[in-house]
Ligand binder design. Sequence first.
Ligand code: URA
Length: 209
Amino acid sequence: MTHPHLHVVDHPLIQAKLTTLRSEDTPVEDFRRLLREIAALLAFAVTQDMATVPREIRTPLAPMTGCKMARPIVLVPILRAGLGLLEGMLHLFPRATVGHIGMYRDETTLLPQHYYAKTPPNLAEGEVVLIDPMLATGQSAAAAVSELKNRGASHIRLLCLVAAPEGVEAMRTAHPEVPIYVAAVDAGLNERGYIVPGLGDAGDRFFGT
Ligand code: URA
């Protein structure tokens, strides 16, 4: 598995929290809190090379040139598991606009079924962060990126929690220029398309279903 823009955020704080998140003994309230905390830490990584422009301010002592983000941040979770990571990201980007893409996976074909898309008016000018916690086959993420491109987005990055090599490969084939930020790349997929060892169904664990 090679990908020109794969960033595995191998930070001890993230890895320790992710380990607890993965554990089947972790109850839903801890799962939600950990997901929020990891999202905030991943937000740091996903924004690391975003463009800034100069901003003139005055401190109480002197004028100075600081900076501000060059483009507005647009967060687009893939429903429904993406909502878990969204919450933590919004703490860091309280002014971000938010789009939603609805995809579910046909359990027989494992192919994504697209059922909903609503994006904000600043999508085309924004730094778009597509949020898909589990990059399994990669089909949903690839389809969601195509949808965002069709709607005018041009600065897109994908934020995931756990990826399978198959998902990374699918993204490389479909959208090689889109950078991927992920906390871990696991061994692979099982016959039902779940990431192993993974953490199970992220949506079920976050929503307690
Ligand atoms: N979606 C999940 O929630 N978990 C997986 O392991 C794969 C896809």
